[in-house]
Design a protein around this ligand. Sequence first.
Ligand SMILES: Cc1cc2nc3c(=O)[nH]c(=O)nc-3n(C[C@H](O)[C@H](O)[C@H](O)COP(=O)(O)OP(=O)(O)OC[C@H]3O[C@@H](n4cnc5c(N)ncnc54)[C@H](O)[C@@H]3O)c2cc1C
Length: 460
Amino acid sequence: MSLQQTITEFRSQFRGNVLAPEDTGYDEARKVYNGMIDRKPALVAQCTDVADVIAAVKMARASGLQVSIRGGGHNAAGLGVCDDGLVIDLAPIRYVRVDPASRTVRVGGGCKWSDVDHATHAFGLAVPSGIISTTGVGGLTLGGGMGHLSRKYGLTIDNLLAADIVLADGSFVVASADENPDLFWALRGGGGNFGVVTSFLFQAQPVSTVCAGPMLWNLEDAADIMKWYREFISRAPEEMNGFFAMMTVPPGPPFPEELHLRKMCGIVWCYQGPMEQANAILQPVRDYRKPAFELFMAMPFPMLQGLFDAVYPPGLQWYWKADFFKELSDEAIAKHLEHGSQLPTWQSTMHLYPVNGNVHRVGENETAFGYRDAVWSGVIVGVDPDPANRGKIVDWAKAYYEALHPFGSGGAYVNFMMEEGQERVRESYRGNYQRLAAIKAKYDPENFFRVNQNIRPAAA
Ligand SMILES: Cc1cc2nc3c(=O)[nH]c(=O)nc-3n(C[C@H](O)[C@H](O)[C@H](O)COP(=O)(O)OP(=O)(O)OC[C@H]3O[C@@H](n4cnc5c(N)ncnc54)[C@H](O)[C@@H]3O)c2cc1C
């Protein structure tokens, strides 16, 4: 059968839209969150259900088209979209069903975190995810998932109970502790390497109103604040989370005008408990170095998740560099100040996420996530709307990374990486790579799913 015939037959079996370059909507459908990515797939198949996903996988196999899987389309490297191939776009599979009795949540493979937060909040629940509501559930979960609730409740994968998945041969399986446990192990950190996850089943946690928001300090206090923070965050009650940022104050409300566009450092807190307790825990830092500004208040958890959405609309240019760290030495802090004080554009930033608490209670080999023993997950992001500033943000992020990398543990969180080559993927899975490669050989021996942080199938 010719490619054209295969595609015609495929369209007849498919419920969602199938968009080719000549179709209206194609240019919108191929866009991803990172405006630096400009790939032109042969087809975008907007799947409405599992049957559509199975048809798309079978069609790609029959026609020899490469595939990419698109969840929320947020991946920095643009791994949801490919050139000349078939994009399996899960965006229309967007349902959330909360079961309050078992506190579990069934989530469609194309959901964004805002969909989940909205649905769970009505029941006083939340699934631990990241720090921004527009990110896709699919990619964030499969890479690990770290955010505001990690210290208390672990990574997103530590709250994953089961997944429905369409494999490379078009078959459908469930992965859980009881069914296909090897696949379930691999899905928890191994990314989009094993198939198309059409639905996730999560354990939700009792999170409703949190005391949260940023505290900002002038750059002259940054070294002292970093030193204070590195001691504090590993010992603080696990209900208290806080990530550190080198950042520029956004030029608009609610920030006071005199601070607009000032380079500062900050900690974004999230406390699960009453305000009096939160204030008692944070009073020492207020007494130590008075924040130049703070917006710390009680808010519904979904509001915290959406706090930075307006600062980072889709379509900006993004360049990411990342590393895991075991310690934050005085020398590393000096490098942070040197490079963090040179943020090239106001949306560029550096975040340090604490990795401790419940993340450390899961063993190094219990899931595919490669760095349970990390203490920090660092990410440097150059961001700007103007493609003309691409060189500027890339050069800054690379120089910052080069300065900090010698202090790192070797690998990085796969969800914070660009396409950085096979060696970097291996470094980031470390001791778990061989087992991942063996599971890849079992479920996807021909490396059909390879537009991702790719795990190569182990040789037979
Ligand atoms: C502004 C911003 C903030 C972020 N904040 C955080 C954070 O706080 N914490 C954190 O952990 N990460 C964070 N990330 C990183 C995020 O986890 C990754 O970008 C992730 O890849 C996004 O997932 P996605 O589904 O939106 O991406 P996509 O681009 O759609 O996909 C990314 C990868 O996952 C695969 N994939 C996606 N969905 C599926 C699926 N259903 N089945 C199989 N494979 C799938 C794709 O094939 C691709 O390889 C952030 C990213 C951005 C841009």
